[in-house]
Ligand binder design. Structure first.
Ligand code: SF4
Length: 206
């Protein structure tokens, strides 16, 4: 019994690794991504804890593998109803515009990256939400019911979020934290735009 379980876990990990490396959807039609999200990742988390691998490194790997699997499944992802989730900590601390209620309250003054996101959102016709935690993110996702999500956050929040919203495909972009966690964060805009283009490959730019 233990041998069979180990064999299945090993085979699952092998299939996921091969899909990540080759970019071919080897998981179809068995939907092994659900196994990755709900089963293999918790096992990997426990094992890595025992082996002393940092949680941060494990979460970063999980986000990367998830992105590879999402890319490999591109033929099965619609992407017409694409949602962008941004963390509140992208907003500079001295700005008092209420962007969690409506990102368009940003006046694009250029003091932080939020204005650039609003511009990109208009250009690609995206639904964009700024959230200050997992609860608000879950509420906005439940309301909009997107085909796919591009989410910017730290590796911890992305790992939790990807598992929370499964089976909605998520492309995660890990933010930069030059001033420490949750404070005046930034993000590689080229990486973000690449993720948008992946989902909106057939959509005309507005
Ligand atoms: S770009 Fe928008 S969110 Fe950032 S400081 Fe200016 S108004 Fe505030």
């Amino acid at each position: 019994m233990i041998g069979a379980t180990l064999f299945l876990v090993g085979a699952g990990l092998l299939l996921i690794t091969a899909t990540s490396l080759t970019g071919y959807d080897l998981l179809y039609p068995h939907q092994k991504r659900s196994v990755t999200v709900t089963f293999l990742f918790p096992i990997a988390a426990t094992l890595s804890q025992l082996l002393g691998v940092s949680r941060s490194r494990l979460r970063t790997s999980f986000v990367k593998v998830n992105n590879s699997l999402t890319k490999a499944q591109r033929k099965r992802i619609g992407g017409e109803r694409l949602m962008v989730l941004l963390p509140h900590c992208l907003q500079i601390d001295i700005c008092n515009r209420k962007i969690t209620s409506d990102v368009n309250n940003c006046i694009r003054c250029g003091r932080c990256a939020v204005g650039k996101f609003v511009e990109l959102g208009e250009r690609y016709g995206l639904s964009m939400e700024v959230v200050n935690g997992g609860s608000l993110a879950r509420r906005r996702v439940a309301l909009f019911r997107p085909d796919a999500i591009v989410a910017v956050a730290c590796e911890r929040d992305l790992t939790l979020g990807i598992q929370d919203v499964y089976p909605i495909p998520v492309f995660g972009v890990i933010n930069d934290r030059p001033h420490g966690p949750c404070f005046n964060t930034s993000v590689d805009m080229a990486l973000f735009e690449e993720a948008i283009k992946f989902f909106r490959k057939d959509a005309a730019v507005v």
